[in-house]
Design a protein. Structure first.
Length: 272
């Protein structure tokens, strides 16, 4: 039986993924920050006939991550799938953002991913495995008022592309998902925008018309069933039934010399 460790699995997308994998026969290690929420997810998985244990740990704390991974190993012996879903927001324009707000978001999203992956890898190298990181369109395209969140999510992309090459020889795949779903984290923003556009008698932009957390979970389940070893280093957008394959950036316009480059750039601007 395969074991999956999921961070931030006590609610939202993480909870949906935990329930989906529990139904698919995984032993699910449910991570979160609140014991009662973790216990509720574990109980639901067990009531549905699955196997699960809860692990309360802050992924921004490397010693807590070490203890958690050791506990999962002691309970299940190995980890076959690691999914980093833990995250939170401290939105603010750059000039008003505090050091605490900057560090807090990077600590959970980016540093937490590193701490977990580094400690999980020794439990995967003998048999291979899958690592999934939750990124965002904020990391792919930027997002006003979210310089901390955008930077963290962009950092995860660099992690995916680097580790895909680094871990291929160990039969360990790593991919990223940029989900668009109604969750506790996105609901306040989407509800605010719905009211804003309704007052203007305007249609909510398609970008904010998002799917459900269960849609993301079902995609994760299907992705893990695809055993192609070349399916690594990829980024997938999931919004309801709409799946988008984001491509790794490639070099664009190239000319010899800075003067020639800026001359070509000006011509490009005129064409646009």
């Amino acid at each position: 039986m395969r074991t999956a460790l999921i961070t931030g699995a006590s609610r939202g997308i993480g909870r949906s993924i935990a329930l989906e994998l529990g139904r698919n026969g995984y032993q699910v290690a449910v991570n979160g920050l609140h014991e009662e929420r973790i216990d509720a997810v574990v109980e639901t998985i067990r009531l549905e006939g699955g196997t699960a244990e809860g692990y309360c740990a802050n992924v921004a704390d490397p010693s807590a991550v070490t203890a958690m991974v050791q506990a999962v190993e002691a309970r299940y012996g190995a980890i076959h799938v690691f999914i980093h879903n833990a995250g939170h927001l401290h939105d603010r324009k750059c000039e008003q953002m505090t050091d605490l707000e900057w560090n807090s978001v990077l600590d959970v999203h980016l540093n937490g991913a590193f701490y977990c992956i580094q400690r999980v890898l020794p439990l995967m190298t003998s048999h291979g495995g899958d690592i999934l990181l939750m990124t965002s369109t904020a990391g792919l395209m930027g997002s006003v008022g979210q310089v901390n969140y955008s930077s963290a999510k962009a950092g995860l992309l660099g992690m995916v592309w680097t580790l895909a090459a680094e871990l291929r020889r160990n039969q360990i795949r790593i991919n990223a998902i940029a989900p668009a779903a109604l969750t506790d984290m996105t609901r306040p923003v989407i509800e605010y925008l719905k009211e804003k556009y309704a007052k203007r008698n305007e249609t909510l932009p398609a970008f904010w018309q998002v799917g459900e957390a269960d849609d993301v979970a079902q995609f994760v389940g299907l992705l893990l069933k695809q055993r192609d070893p070349d399916l690594t280093g990829e980024v997938f957008g999931v919004n309801g039934s709409q799946i988008t394959h984001w491509h790794k950036p490639e070099p664009g316009m190239s000319v010899n010399g800075a003067d020639a480059f800026f001359a070509a750039w000006k011509q490009r601007e005129k064409k646009q």
